[in-house]
Design a protein around this ligand. Structure first.
Ligand SMILES: NC(=O)c1ccc[n+]([C@@H]2O[C@H](COP(=O)([O-])OP(=O)(O)OC[C@H]3O[C@@H](n4cnc5c(N)ncnc54)[C@H](OP(=O)(O)O)[C@@H]3O)[C@@H](O)[C@H]2O)c1
Length: 254
């Protein structure tokens, strides 16, 4: 345990650890003393995250394709058999796709919902199995989005997936409190990552700067989100549950 953190070697599984926000959270958690299971599909980039994190015993690369929903719980059980019981989960894996109403199709919406919501639910369900979760409780963190709170053209499906996350967090926090499992989410605004670079590559420089300018404090960094995530996951903050921490540089205040 250090002065600002109580992870004390506890294991936290982080999905999306191969890139962007998930990688930033994994690195922050290791810096705070946690041990981190790195979940993603791209094994090479998961190993890069492990190398950036430092000592090999602080991380474990755990390749899982979250689109295979039925494979998630067995993979988490197998992980816990190797590491010992887990304390926490951060579901940072996610997909974004601009889909105006005319372009929405059941399969496209399902793909977004599967990764952004259902996969997180499967991860949380597996974490909470008695053989997987530490007996003294745990902490679940979802990465939602400011789009759970405000709308944007072309983002009907993405907003719906993040709205589902925000609503589920409140219900899960109540259901799991008797087991000392806290459940929270963060709702970031624009953060520069592979996801936003890919969206940005389809925009003109002018369109991109217009979106950035909507954030009074400018675009956020991965570290801005990682610090908030680590606060919510940390066992020190044992009375924080059901929170939805909007970190968007003031975007949603207007
Ligand atoms: N960037 C922003 O401005 C922003 C704002 C608000 C909310 N968010 C949310 O923050 C989260 C992270 O976004 P990001 O910007 O960091 O995106 P990113 O850099 O594109 O990373 C997305 C991550 O999701 C993982 N992933 C996607 N599909 C997967 C699958 N089928 N199985 C396993 N892993 C999968 C990717 O792993 P592989 O590469 O290994 O497949 C990758 O690690 C998302 O939930 C996003 O909605 C982002």
């Amino acid at each position: 345990m250090n002065a600002v953190s109580a992870f004390g070697d506890r294991w936290v599984a982080v999905s999306g650890a191969s890139s962007g926000i998930g990688r930033g959270i994994a690195l922050q958690l290791v810096a705070q003393g946690a041990r981190v299971a790195l979940i993603g599909r791209n094994v090479e980039r998961l190993h890069e995250t492990a190398e950036l994190a430092g000592p090999a015993e602080r991380t474990r690369v755990c390749p899982i394709d979250l689109a295979e929903l039925n494979g998630i719980a067995p993979a988490v059980r197998a992980l816990a058999e190797q590491t010992g019981r887990l304390y926490g989960l951060c579901h940072a894996a996610g997909l974004a796709q601009t889909l105006p109403l005319a372009a929405t199709r059941p399969d496209r919406v399902r793909t977004l919902m599967d990764i952004n919501f259902q996969a997180g639910l499967e991860l949380a369900r597996a974490l909470c199995e008695r053989a997987v979760l530490r007996e003294d409780g745990g902490s679940v963190l979802w990465i939602s989005s400011v789009y759970a709170h405000v709308g944007a053209p072309g983002q009907i499906a993405y907003c719906a997936t993040k709205g589902a996350v925000a609503a589920a967090v409140r219900a899960m926090a109540l259901e799991l409190a008797p087991r000392r499992v806290r459940v929270n989410c963060v709702s970031p605004g624009l953060v520069k990552t592979a996801m936003t670079a890919s969206a940005g590559s389809r925009m003109t420089a002018e369109q991109w700067s217009r979106i950035e300018a909507l954030h009074p404090l400018g675009a956020g960094s991965v570290q801005d989100v990682a610090r908030a995530a680590s606060f919510l996951l940390d066992p020190f903050n044992a009375w924080v549950t059901g929170a939805d921490l909007v970190i968007d540089g003031g975007y949603s205040l207007q």
